[in-house]
Design a protein around this ligand. Structure first.
Ligand SMILES: Nc1ncnc2c1ncn2[C@@H]1O[C@H](COP(=O)(O)OP(=O)(O)OP(=O)(O)O)[C@@H](O)[C@H]1O
Length: 256
């Protein structure tokens, strides 16, 4: 199993944000996480990606225990993410925003960092190639020199995804990637996520309020409510689960 989250719990004071949460995802899987506001969805991402330490439970990536690793180590192990609120660097152009995520993995010493050594140039060239490729993959190559804030919202979301790809993830966590997008952008984003997942072979965990996206694309869906998992299954199973309908989907039934 590529990603295994085992019985994670996390509280903030008296608030049990997630309780005994478990999840599995394999290569090529798109796994949706849904639930009402405050259900604990983002907390699961924050624990998996190392922003928060779990009070209990474990996270394994490719069989390796990453539970207590620091964020940057977890990224290096192969988990990268985007955030609910777009987080791009305004002073940098599109290419530079993606380059920030490039991690020179070759023997890159402090001298290579400080001095214009051949090894540094070679690494920078390799990084630029990878980033150009990732911009192309998400359809942003022609915007490489633009400032991100000049792009429509949908393209800014793609830029975040290109940056996450540059970390060479085994698991990509997308936190509400469709927030603020119009219906055409949502459709294009859905296609992009599906294509990336099947072509690049990683797993995607997707938190999303836009049910047409998450129901249309996920192989498996976890439904949370008040920190507890109330259902796990295919989109059809989840849609017809009475507890889910009562807790979450009822009011949005028309949208499903
Ligand atoms: N850093 C924090 N400090 C205190 N409470 C927190 C913190 N992060 C999350 N919580 C609380 O934990 C609970 C779960 O929050 P979380 O953000 O995980 O929910 P969510 O399902 O992602 O909600 P939304 O859909 O609104 O983003 C909420 O009650 C929230 O207020």
């Amino acid at each position: 199993m590529l990603l295994e989250v085992q019985n994670i719990s996390k509280s903030f004071g008296g608030v049990k944000a997630i309780q005994d949460f478990s999840l599995t995802a394999d290569k090529g899987d798109i796994v949706g996480i849904i639930g009402p506001n405050g259900a604990g969805k983002t907390t699961t991402f924050n624990v998996i990606s190392g922003i928060y330490r779990a009070d209990q439970g474990k996270v394994f990536l490719d069989g390796k225990d990453i539970t207590n690793m620091e964020q940057h180590q977890i990224t290096r192990e192969g988990i990268s993410r985007t955030f609910q609120n777009i987080r791009l660097f305004k002073g940098l152009n599109v290419m530079e925003n993606v380059m920030c995520a490039f991690d020179p993995r070759a023997n890159y010493s402090i001298f290579d960092g400080l001095l214009p050594t051949p090894r540094r140039f070679a690494e920078e060239k390799r990084g630029r190639k990878i980033c150009e490729h990732n911009l192309e993959v998400v359809g942003l190559k022609k915007y490489a020199n633009e400032k991100p804030e000049s792009l429509p919202y949908g393209l800014q979301r793609r830029l975040e995804i290109a940056r996450a790809l540059t970390c060479q993830p085994k698991v990509l966590l997308l936190d509400e990637p469709a927030a603020g997008l119009n219906p055409t952008e949502v459709k294009e984003l859905t296609e992009l996520i599906g294509r990336l997942c099947s072509e690049l072979g990683f797993a995607v965990l997707l938190i999303e309020h836009r049910l047409e996206l998450v129901m249309g694309i996920s192989h498996k869906i976890y439904v949370l409510n008040f920190g507890k998992t109330i259902a796990v299954g295919t989109p059809d199973e989840v849609r017809s689960n009475p507890e889910v309908i009562e807790a979450y989907l009822g009011e949005e039934d028309a949208e499903c």
